[in-house]
Every structure is written in structure tokens, then in C-alpha cells.
Design a binder for this molecule. Structure first.
Ligand code: ATP
Ligand code: MG
Length: 400
């Protein structure tokens, strides 16, 4: 591990931005540190995702004087900011802080403080390594570099998982991503058994689940969650091949995970949150309510029109949900590949020309023709209508 060579691992553009920051920090006599994921991933010789920098003053003092800033966002309450530079590099710039939790699971109170306090508030030792931009040195109060070598995920401070139970999901993520051991596995299991996740909102849980699903090894993340006692999972279904499901789409992974959950309580997290894509959430909610009804239709019938009539009301996500049941699968393929594209050539006007004026009756005739077309696959319904007008009218009237 090249402990002092952190900067050299960055791109030319990133180094340029760090140098801009360094000059300004020097000028103002403020300390600044690269922290968290960037330092961890550089030490692991991996690509970095984003750069977080902690400074010992309010970010606006720096941003106001920095050159080459294209745009920025500043959040006064937490003294955090995101800056985009002219060369496209994005930096999260925050003030060093100390956190205190009044109750388990609540969001912390934040007080400006030193880098040492800032590293102490972090989740894992491997995420609590800082690089002093001006002094060119690593600050590693919690032996994070050692844990990187030992390949372990370990909390920084006591009560870490009760203070903020989302750290349990984060532990899963890093353990699977880097193939590291979970030092706190027993403590995590105990906390889960004591219901620690009840202290946080569905939104916060869902956000963590999405992050787990975004990882390349998402299935292993979920299996580790199962092992820890977070979810009760049907392993047969998890990641199951399905022609309608494209697992490079995160929403499709979420659908598959939702179906793999055995407990209603777990599924409720997916249906009762404000985080998931609206259309996807609607699909999950509707699926929970209508599964019986839809399964009944699609299982019992081989009538193409009925299949069409039920499935046409479902959005793309609902179709994927139902297609995991082999009894529906081929009906859904039939719907998507054939039935959905069948359109009547004949228009209402042409029926009118045959002397039928009542709008509702015309609508019913069109529906009747579509039904026949779908079930017989006839190409030209116009002839059919003309030749069998009496019978069709009878059928339509009889039905009403
Ligand atoms: P990733 O590669 O997954 O983005 P990261 O380390 O950059 O990893 P972020 O979620 O972007 O992770 O958070 C940045 C840093 O903030 C972390 O490295 C960690 O030090 C700290 N952090 C984030 N979430 C928490 C938390 N819930 N509790 C304590 N510290 C946290
Ligand atoms: Mg990050």
C-alpha cells in the first residue's frame, strides 16, 4: 500500500482541482483533508468514485474565493456543499464535525469540530482514514490501513449500529464489495434480533436497499442480509432468469428482490416509502392487492381477449412481476409479442355507415370484433362484420 502517494493516484483533472484547493487553504490558514471512500479505494488500488473533502471552516469561506468553480450547492444547516469545477470534476466539501445522537436511529446533531472528531463519527475504520492535503500525510486514528490489510470491516466506535442502524447495510455492502470479513457480525446479529431496524424509517431502509442493489454483486449482498437476519428470502427466486427481466436495470433487481421476500413486513418497506420510482412503487402496491384477481384470470383462461383485457391495464413493471409465475409467463409473452399489437382496421364511422348510430352500441361492436380477431387471428374484420352483421348485433345486444 502506497500510503503517502494518495494524490498521484488521482487523474490530471482531479490533481488540478486539489491543487486549487490546496493553494486556497494555505492562503487562508485552513486545514483540509481527503476522507472516506477516495482514500480507502486509492489504498486498495481501486478506481475511486467520488472525492470528499473535510475542512476546518465553513465551506462558503473557501467556495467564495476559489477559482474555476462552475457551480455549487451549499446546505447551510449541515455546512456541506458540492462543487463542480470548470473541468467537470465534482467535489463534496464539508466542514469537519462531531455528531451526537439523542436517541437510537434519529438523525444526529452536528457540531463543527476537528478532523479527529470527524473521523471518530464515521462508520468503519477503513472509511475513517484521512489524507492531509497540506501536510501530505495520512491520518489514521482507528487503524483503518491495518484493517484494509487484514481485510475486515470494523466499526469505529461503540454503539455505532444502534446510533445509526443504516450502518448495518453499509457493512454488508463493503464486506461483499471487497470480500472482507465482518468483524462485528455477532453484534450486528444481536442488534437485528433486538429489532434495531424499527428505529429507522422505511425511506432510510429503502435507500440502503437500493444502494445494495446497485452493487455489481447485488445478489450476494441480499444473501448476506438473509444470513444476518435482515430478510427472509426465497433463494430459488432471487436473481432467477426471466426473459422480461433485465438485471442491468436496478428497478428489475428491486422487483426480483421484492418477489423473493417471504414476509409481508419486509415487502411493506418496498410499498410504503417515498424513495422508489413512482411507477415501480405503484406496480408493487397494486401487485400486493390484485395478485389473486390477476392470477385467477390469467391462470384459468386461454381466451386471448380476456388475457389482453387484463394485461392491457398493467404497466411494464407489473408485467415483470407476474411473469415470474410460470403459469402467467407464456400468456404475458403472447400478450407482448402478439395481442398487444392487434388493432382493428375498421373504424366507428364505417359501422355508422351500416346504419348503427348509437355510440355505445358501436363501441360494443368494436370490442366484439376485437375479441373475435384476437381469438381467431382473422386478418380482415370488415368482411366478417358485413357478412355477419345480424349475428354480431344479436351477440352484442344479448350481452347487454
Ligand atoms: P462508496 O464507494 O460506496 O460511495 P464511500 O466511502 O464514498 O463509499 P459514501 O456513502 O459516499 O461512502 O460516504 C462517504 C463517507 O462518509 C464514508 O466513507 C464514511 O466515512 C462516511 N459515512 C457515510 N455514511 C455514514 C454513516 N451512516 N455513518 C457514519 N459515517 C458515514
Ligand atoms: Mg461515495
Amino acid at each position: 500500500m502506497r500510503k503517502n502517494n494518495i494524490i498521484n493516484k488521482l487523474s490530471k483533472e482531479e490533481i488540478h482541482v486539489i491543487n486549487l484547493m490546496k493553494n486556497k487553504l494555505n492562503e487562508l490558514g485552513v486545514r483540509g483533508y481527503i476522507v472516506g471512500g477516495a482514500v480507502r479505494d486509492i489504498l486498495l488500488d481501486k478506481e475511486i468514485k467520488d472525492i470528499d473533502i473535510c475542512i476546518t471552516c465553513n465551506p462558503m469561506c473557501i467556495i467564495n474565493q476559489l477559482k474555476e468553480v462552475k457551480s455549487f450547492k451549499y446546505y447551510k444547516k449541515f455546512e456541506t456543499s458540492t462543487i463542480i469545477f470548470n473541468n467537470g470534476i465534482e467535489i463534496d466539501l464539508i466542514r469537519c464535525r462531531k455528531e451526537s445522537y439523542s436517541y437510537p436511529g434519529v438523525l444526529p446533531e452536528v457540531i463543527p469540530s476537528s478532523i479527529e472528531d470527524d473521523l471518530y463519527r464515521r462508520d468503519f475504520t477503513i472509511n475513517s482514514i484521512a489524507y492531509n492535503i497540506i501536510g501530505n500525510e495520512i491520518i489514521d486514528r482507528h487503524n483503518g490501513t491495518n484493517d484494509l490489510e487484514l481485510k475486515k470491516i470494523a466499526k469505529v466506535h461503540d454503539n455505532s449500529y444502534t446510533e445509526d442502524p443504516t450502518r448495518i447495510f453499509r457493512a454488508v455492502k463493503y464486506s461483499v464489495r471487497y470480500n472482507f470479513g465482518l468483524e462485528d457480525i455477532d453484534e450486528i446479529k444481536d442488534n437485528l434480533q433486538n429489532g434495531v431496524l424499527k428505529f429507522i424509517s422505511n425511506d432510510r431502509i429503502m435507500r440502503e436497499i437500493i444502494l445494495l442493489c446497485e452493487e455489481e454483486k447485488w445478489i450476494r449482498n441480499i444473501l448476506l442480509c438473509k444470513k444476518l437476519g435482515i430478510f427472509n428470502i426465497n433463494k430459488e427466486l432471487l436473481g432467477k432468469q426471466n426473459d422480461l427481466c433485465n438485471y442491468s436495470d436496478i428497478n428489475h433487481r428491486i422487483i426480483n428482490l421484492f418477489l423473493s421476500l417471504r414476509d409481508r413486513e419486509d415487502r411493506n418497506i418496498f410499498t410504503d416509502n417515498s424513495v422508489l420510482n413512482r411507477k415501480l412503487k405503484e406496480a408493487l402496491v397494486k401487485y400486493n392487492i390484485e395478485i389473486e384477481k390477476v392470477s385467477h384470470f390469467t391462470c384459468k383462461t386461454i381466451d386471448n381477449f380476456i388475457i389482453y383485457d387484463v394485461l392491457k391495464n398493467l404497466n411494464e413493471y407489473e408485467l415483470i412481476l407476474y411473469s415470474f409465475d410460470y403459469k402467467n409467463k407464456y400468456k404475458i409473452y403472447n400478450y407482448l409479442n402478439n395481442l398487444k399489437n392487434i388493432k382493428l382496421k375498421i373504424r366507428g364511422n364505417e359501422i355508422k355507415e351500416l346504419g348503427i348510430n348509437e355510440g355505445k352500441k358501436i363501441g360494443n361492436i368494436l370490442k366484439y370484433l376485437l375479441k373475435i380477431k384476437m381469438n381467431t387471428m382473422i386478418a380482415n374484420e370488415e368482411n366478417l362484420l358485413k357478412r355477419n352483421l345480424g349475428e354480431i348485433l344479436n351477440g352484442v345486444e344479448h350481452k347487454n
